[in-house]
Design a protein around this ligand. Structure first.
Ligand code: NAP
Length: 263
């Protein structure tokens, strides 16, 4: 059976990569592409997808009778909230990579997704999922930890969803963290943002980067560095394809690719 897929944010860096991946994936059919700022353009121009014959739609109202089974969203948090509302009321499963959802957002989504399912992952790269798991395993053996996340210079939210989730998981894995020794922050922000359990998160934005993160853990006389690098947006696609194929069997709202990988 073919799964019919719509893509929100089809003109974006991630959305256009998702369009190409869906078009090339056996068992999936790209049936709609939505992006208000590229509306009316041929998907070939916008995302380099050959032969689909699709025009980019302004909003999901234009989907009409196409009836996707799954919609993928890589947009911005405010747009994603609206798109997900449409998915829930239309009975379309959602796969979401957009970052910036709060706990309140997740609560609302749990109440909203009753007739279709929603799968959210702040990071669809398998290596990043392993990095978070390794950081969580290491946490109880170290008293100090800092997270440095590094992204391209167009990323609009900080810190990244991956950095926040990593800190949350490390904070849950250990309650024994040293106090920040800083008495005077000469330059405000020099010690980064205080995440869960006061784990400091530092956000670097640099032209040329894609998505990278280093977790540093220290204890007496030794440190451990766990680093993951996504050099290309294609690194996220196997995870996105896995979620698109799995979401129909995951009732309600599921968060994190680890739930599909069993790690
Ligand atoms: P981007 O290039 O800015 O793409 C976002 C696209 O969504 C833009 O084309 C934007 O149009 C469009 N858009 C805005 N409002 C929309 C709406 N209501 N409906 C449909 N499309 C809309 O950003 P990106 O680098 O692709 O990243 C997108 C999101 O994915 C970010 O939240 C990022 O953090 C996240 N991300 C997640 C992962 C993961 O593995 N989970 C990996 C990478 C990135 P305009 O630019 O014209 O506004």
């Amino acid at each position: 059976m073919t799964t019919r897929v719509a893509v929100f944010g089809a003109g974006g860096r991630m959305g256009s990569t998702v369009c190409r991946a869906v078009a090339a994936e056996p068992g999936l059919e790209l049936v709609a592409a939505i992006d208000p700022h590229h509306a009316g353009l041929d998907l070939r121009q916008v995302a380099g997808v050959e032969g689909s014959g699709l025009q980019v739609l302004r909003d999901p109202a234009g989907i009409g009778s196409v009836e996707p089974d799954v919609a993928v969203d890589f947009t911005r948090i405010d747009a994603a909230r609206e798109n997900l509302q449409w998915c829930a009321t239309s009975g379309v499963h959602a796969v979401v990579g957009t970052t910036g959802f709060s706990d309140d957002d997740l609560e609302r989504l749990r109440a909203t997704f009753t007739s279709s399912n929603c799968f959210i992952a702040p990071n669809f790269a398998v290596g990043a999922v392993l990095m978070m798991r390794f950081a969580e395993l290491a946490a109880p053996y170290f008293e100090t930890a800092e997270i440095i996340e590094l992204h391209h210079d167009k990323k609009v939210d900080a810190p990244s969803g991956t950095a926040m989730l990593t800190a949350e998981r490390m904070a849950r894995a250990s309650g024994d963290w040293g106090k920040d020794p800083t008495e005077q922050e000469v330059l405000p922000g020099a010690r980064g943002g205080a995440g869960p359990a006061d784990i400091r998160i530092h956000s670097v934005r640099l032209r040329g980067l894609v998505a990278h993160q280093e977790v540093l853990l220290g204890t007496t006389g030794q440190s451990l560095s766990i680093r993951h690098d996504s050099y290309e947006r294609t690194s996220f696609m196997p995870g996105v394809m896995l979620a698109v194929k799995a979401v129909a069997d995951r009732p309600g709202v599921t968060v994190g690719l680890d739930t599909l990988l069993g790690i």
